[in-house]
Ligand binder design. Sequence first.
Ligand SMILES: [Zn+2]
Length: 525
Amino acid sequence: MLNKISPLGVAIKTALCVAWLAAGGVASAASVDYVIHSNAIYPGDGSGPLAGVVLVDKGKIVQVAKREPQNTQARQRIDASDLVVAPGFIDPHTHACNDFDKGQPNLNANYLTQGVTTVFCGNDGGGKINVGEVLDRYEQQGIGSNVALYVGHGAVRTAVMGRENRHASTEELKQMQTLVANAMQQGALGLSTGLYYVPGNYADTAEVVALAKVAARFGGVYDSHIRDESSYHVGLVAAVQEVLDIARDAHIPVHLAHLKALGVDVWGESKTIIQMVQQAHANGLIVTADQYPWKASGTSVAGALMPRWALAGSKEEYHARLKDPAQLPGIRVEMLDNLRRRGGADSLLISDPTAGELRGKTLAQIATERGVSPIDAALQIILGGNARVASFNMADQDIEAFMRQDWVVTSSDGSPGHPRKYASFPKKYQDYVQGKKLLSLGEFIQRSSSKTAQIFGLTGRGQIAPGYAADLVLFDAKSYAPKADYMHPEVLSQGVQWLLVNGQVAIQEGELTGKLAGQALRKKI
Ligand SMILES: [Zn+2]
């Protein structure tokens, strides 16, 4: 179904206008759960603001009209005349399932308070292979937001061949294809890869194409943390080219995860990347991306600095390499170059909530305090259990160039120790809608809801239109704002006054209600 949507947005616009006109204002009497009155309804298609009412019943939007139909019986009327009413936001790149996997009911409060009603997990090649079982489990335990899952290439590869640094055999490839097919039948969104990470890094393009073809058969999308966002190995441009090659060879819509130009060596390359994607569009390929609005990425000390080859095998094996006098000198040389690439020891801030007294210090500060070189300090931290860092490595010009593209949607890539997990959507609003005026409010909403739903084939979500799920965010345009920052990454955002998830109130007058109204979303084949 995705293949038919071109250019993005046209189909939605037409459908919405028809719905709006049909709901002219005076319909017959009806009994509904909620009537929301607002002067600023943004349907999600980039249009708006519209003044009118949204009627919600039994989890669905049943009518959008200029006036409340006569004799409407409502369980509750919500006066949102001073609020923006938008489709609940959809975050296509999160790690929220690490929280869901703790086995307890999970409100997902840090996303709800950003206005996010649906999160995706299993990105970067991660997650679990038994997608159906996992979705069932989340639903049974109770979740505050909706969730959808990728099947991760790394998880599939690990299940078949462990974390071994070699190409797959024909037999192994077949087994991996079966696992991908099973996951797609269980409702996965598509195939994700983390070709920068172990074990994705050990796979060649042909292996990925063979698996992406399976996902394509089931209407899936290929989502990739690309092989190199910087100049580590093949370089940013070649890594994007690999994704475009996969789109062509596997006949699959492709999506670049958390698009960025990471590190001084590749600053300014956004221009080339944008041209490559535009050329791919002209050639008929479907290529999209998501982006988070922060200058620092989130990773760990090892993730930022260690050469990939040194991470092969178990933790014990890679720690042994770091203590091996034969291998350590070579590792140190590569670590030093990686540190230079990321902007030096001042640009790595330990932000890990579990890092004790290291938290809030840069690698440079820790090295000075300990009287050792930054590389020695990094090795000590890694051998001591590693720590999450905020790595300041992006340039404004690249962030803004990517954000201007209408094929780039909002995401968080939320991870512990980085404010993006708590504040990405309001941060983008505050910095780029209100501040730099790079996007209109309508564009911000569209690229945080309907466009994302469209890219990933989430039917019946992401728009304010009759028949759509009643995932709705009602926020105050003046006070919607991030509260988390790099030093205080775990503070809930503010300004969402009401949030409906599947027609149930998750936030009421600015307060979380504790309602676990989220559903597991299974992609229909
Ligand atoms: Zn990633």
